[in-house]
Design a protein around this ligand. Sequence first.
Ligand code: S3P
Length: 170
Amino acid sequence: MGRHIILIGFMGAGKTTIGQVLAQRLKRPLFDTDQLIEEQAGMTVSRIFEVHGEERFRTMETETIRTMISSGEDWVLSVGGGLPLREENRTLLKQAGTVVYLRVRPETVLDRLKGDTTRPLLQGGDVREKVETLLSYRSPFYEEAAHVTIDVDGKIPEEIGDEILKRHSL
Ligand code: S3P
């Protein structure tokens, strides 16, 4: 297994924020698949969904982690909430380093993402139902992909960072 740290979990779990905490503590660079894809494509994730569709976006996610994995330095990577659904991606991530699943409850997601317009999968209709359905469908994939699971509800980022570093001597 590689030495990278990969954060997975549902939208709003805090992957980017916890990534920042870990990157700072470990003095490593932080990357984010959505951000890398947006830079590469020259458009936002929402626009990619609109113009090219979700499948194309998923392929871009796989291409992005393949490229990241072949880079030499040790990094922290936060990945889009749907990325671990592809088996190929789960395998790639597990080989690359320690995969940390930030487990979050639907109430926390709804609270954090109230009014968000940047997640195409949560736009329109009954957002609560979407979050609950997607989260329960995805949970087994996240569990399967992870080496480590951390419950994030009610905790501040520093606390979660400590827990990850302490429990897993990264
Ligand atoms: C998605 C999560 C988003 C982004 C895209 C699809 C998903 O990333 O990749 O909107 O399928 O859960 P975050 O998990 O960083 O919000």
